[in-house]
Design a protein around this ligand. Structure first.
Ligand SMILES: Cc1cc2nc3c(=O)[nH]c(=O)nc-3n(C[C@H](O)[C@H](O)[C@H](O)COP(=O)(O)OP(=O)(O)OC[C@H]3O[C@@H](n4cnc5c(N)ncnc54)[C@H](O)[C@@H]3O)c2cc1C
Length: 180
């Protein structure tokens, strides 16, 4: 196993290059046909995993919303309350699309992969907007550790790579649309 250098965010979990060299795997443990490993991984794993990452974005965005200062909620100020209202609307719209994709997946819908990609694409863009507004609401102090928003903002950026970039999600959505 080769460890990777430190990452910008998501430091609670680690990543490494795993090398399997002459590692025997019992035939009964094989998933799918021989030589079709990538196909199995992509067809079985990615759709639920994209729905899961999309819901992680919703959770992270909700966490970014929480903020108090000087013992009184910042929301008491009108300009701040508008930012919170925009964030709440953004979060709820994404949340409902994730639930919609999850229901499609559970029902075995043949367009579930498209809805999973829509949910993921929408959720990461929502998370970018919400964490950006949330950092602004915190003021400059939010840019520094140990403010939680500093970590949330960095962690959020990783979601645009995990389980495929926005470009990959768009390619999946367009393929399903064009295939009827
Ligand atoms: C925190 C984190 C965790 C990760 N965890 C995992 C993991 O657990 N397992 C795993 O396998 N991978 C993991 N990855 C890797 C991640 O899946 C890839 O980084 C991501 O899919 C992009 O692939 P790439 O880095 O090879 O970029 P590239 O494929 O080199 O792409 C570079 C850029 O070009 C764009 N691009 C590429 N092809 C096209 C195209 N045809 N049309 C338009 N634009 C295109 C991409 O969207 C991207 O913006 C992780 C990455 C991060 C940051």
């Amino acid at each position: 196993m080769n460890p990777l250098p430190d990452s910008m965010g998501v430091r609670g979990t680690d990543h490494a290059h795993m090398i399997f060299d002459r590692s025997p795997v019992p035939i009964e443990n094989r998933l799918g046909e021989e030589g079709k490993g990538l196909e199995v991984a992509l067809s079985v794993f990615l759709t639920p995993s994209r729905i899961s990452v999309a819901m992680s974005c919703v959770g992270l965005a909700r966490r970014a919303q929480v903020r108090h200062t000087f013992g009184k909620p910042l929301a008491a100020r009108q300009a701040i309350s508008f930012a919170l209202a925009e964030n709440a609307t953004d979060i709820e719209a994404s949340r409902q699309l994730v639930f919609h994709a999850a229901r499609k997946f559970e029902a075995g819908d043949d367009k579930a992969d498209m809805f999973a990609s829509m949910a993921k694409l929408n959720a990461v863009d929502m998370l970018t907007r919400v964490t950006d507004r949330a950092l602004q609401v915190h003021g400059g102090v939010g840019y520094w550790e140990p403010n939680e928003i500093e970590r949330i903002y960095r962690d959020a950026r990783a979601q645009r790579f995990e389980e495929g970039t926005n470009e990959v999600q768009k390619a999946v959505i367009a393929r399903d649309l064009l295939n009827g």
